[in-house]
Design a protein around this ligand. Structure first.
Ligand SMILES: [Zn+2]
Length: 159
């Protein structure tokens, strides 16, 4: 019956494969890579860097999942997605740029109220500084954020 921690072998009675202490120390090792978005969203062929919807999105989801609720995350994602839909329906990126950049202020407020962690705040700040035009928002930020939300849901469901 007894389940053992994958790292230290201590008996555990939760649904993880790690004991609490090992889980905490693993988490402390996770952080945003230093070169996160240093080269923007796209590769030299102007295609979205696959890591941004795969391993980087997973890492960010893990980083933020303990310090915010899915309701909070969906609120910010919902705001971004509404702007995305408006642009899809013909609005100009330039008309909505201010609405996009307001996300930073909303997240700063949530950070001040301790509703989100510092990693999510940094995630938003770095992304906002990378959004410069139609492509970086519609084909860069939105698919990346969407993947983060999807992995967030995955990690939260395992709690
Ligand atoms: Zn352990």
């Amino acid at each position: 019956m007894g389940k053992k921690c994958r790292l230290c072998g201590k008996l555990i009675n939760n649904n993880y494969d790690l004991c609490y202490d090992c889980k905490q120390s693993q988490k402390n090792k996770l952080k945003l890579p230093k070169d996160y978005l240093a080269n923007g969203y796209f590769n030299e062929k102007k295609i979205l860097n696959i890591d941004l919807i795969d391993k980087t999105a997973k890492l960010i989801a893990q980083l933020i999942s303990d310090k915010m609720t899915s309701g909070q995350l969906r609120k910010f994602y919902g705001h971004a997605k509404r702007i995305y839909n408006q642009i899809q329906n013909g609005a100009e990126f330039e008309e909505l740029e201010v609405e996009i950049k307001k996300i930073t202020a909303f997240v700063a407020e949530a950070r001040g109220k301790n509703k989100v962690g510092n990693d999510f705040y940094r995630f938003i700040c770095i992304n906002m500084s990378c959004i410069k035009d139609y492509d970086t928002f519609m084909k860069g930020f939105i698919p990346h954020f969407e993947a983060v939300v999807a992995y967030f849901t995955y990690y939260n469901s395992k709690k």
